[in-house]
Design a protein around this ligand. Sequence first.
Ligand SMILES: NC(=O)c1ccc[n+]([C@@H]2O[C@H](COP(=O)([O-])OP(=O)(O)OC[C@H]3O[C@@H](n4cnc5c(N)ncnc54)[C@H](O)[C@@H]3O)[C@@H](O)[C@H]2O)c1
Length: 414
Amino acid sequence: MPAPAGENDPALVAAGRARIEWADGQMPVLRSIRERLAAERPLGGLRIGACLHVTAETACLMQALAAGGAEVALCAANPLTTQDEVAAALREDGCATHGRRGEDADAYVEGIVAVVGERPQVTLDDGADLLTFIHAGRTELLPELVGGTEETTTGLVRLRALELACPVIAVNEARTERLFNDHYGTGQSTLDGILRATNLLLAGRTLVILGYGWTGKGVALRARGAGAQVIVCEIDPMRALEARMEGFEVMPALVAAERGDVFVTVTGSRDVLGAEHFARMKDGAVLANAGHFDVEIDLPALHGAAPDPPRDVLPLVTQFDLGGRRLNLLASGRVVNLAAGQGHPAAVMDMSFANQALAVEHLVRHGAELGPGVHPVPEAVDREVARLKLASLGVEIDVPSAEQEQYMRGWGAG
Ligand SMILES: NC(=O)c1ccc[n+]([C@@H]2O[C@H](COP(=O)([O-])OP(=O)(O)OC[C@H]3O[C@@H](n4cnc5c(N)ncnc54)[C@H](O)[C@@H]3O)[C@@H](O)[C@H]2O)c1
């Protein structure tokens, strides 16, 4: 694969290292795991292929795995999210890294091909592109696979639909991951992406959230905190009820379409906003997607609804004129917190990547016992990540007495 431009540019490498160092400072949990892995070297000689967002936080994960003895190759999980300076620093420091911000679809696939070329024994995915690629076209590698990890909901949907040849640990479903990544992380960074792209004042605006799952709840919470009127659209009665009980307005998307100033899709589904919704939206409405793929807003329908070609009115804002009503699409409908913002804060990725690193270690130690299929993150891993995070915050908690433990386990006492 051709060397990406600037990879040996010392200024780029220095900027990348500085960014990685900053992230490392926000990731005390992963750092403590890295120190233990470096001492114990449980990953000695293991080939790891990762298809993750090429960011400073991911670089810290790569360093932790390398410290544990693994050979690591990395490619981008999204063409728009690569931090070129981080990629340059990683390459300079010996981690085979593929990806460039804004690369086209061919270059994106080339990155995956290059990582697969390293014959990974463990895969790390954010969207399942790497592991599905191996299952679809490089089946000779399957017997060598110890297992994989998956970072996001959409990736898990794909992997559960696939007849897997190896165990995959659903990092995305760890409790610590859900709480920090989906809820607090996406909640804050989605709004951050929207604000960076538009510089809107949220207070007083009506923000419509489509999908009140782990991520949607986080966005709703932060949007309310910023003073927005929040409307939730759902298809699941339990989640819709939760939203209502939390004090949000709940209504069908077609009704909300007339009310919203800002729309955020975060469902994991497709065409959640389509032609019928666009036809009802107000002039100036902003459309953003925080779901994994750029299919939640029906882009062909949006293009079809505007008589003239859209205009880029700001670097990340594309405006569609629907006969006098202008709709503003952010980041081409791609995942807004990554494409328009800096993604999750490093402190959030600390929890995700601590789970990732411990999941890899678990696969190496216990992968053979797991069998093919998607497996939960072991409870012990989840608790260890929470324990390390509390320790990093200087928070201590109580320990139940032997009598309390026995009482809570038994059935005899009333
Ligand atoms: N941007 C990020 O950084 C980030 C982080 C985590 C997850 N995600 C992505 O966000 C999406 C949602 O993830 P999640 O973990 O919140 O999933 P989830 O399953 O917890 O929540 C999704 C919710 O959307 C609802 N929904 C589905 N179709 C709908 C529709 N047509 N209209 C309204 N609601 C609908 C579901 O009922 C569910 O409650 C996935 O694509 C996931 O990969 C993105």
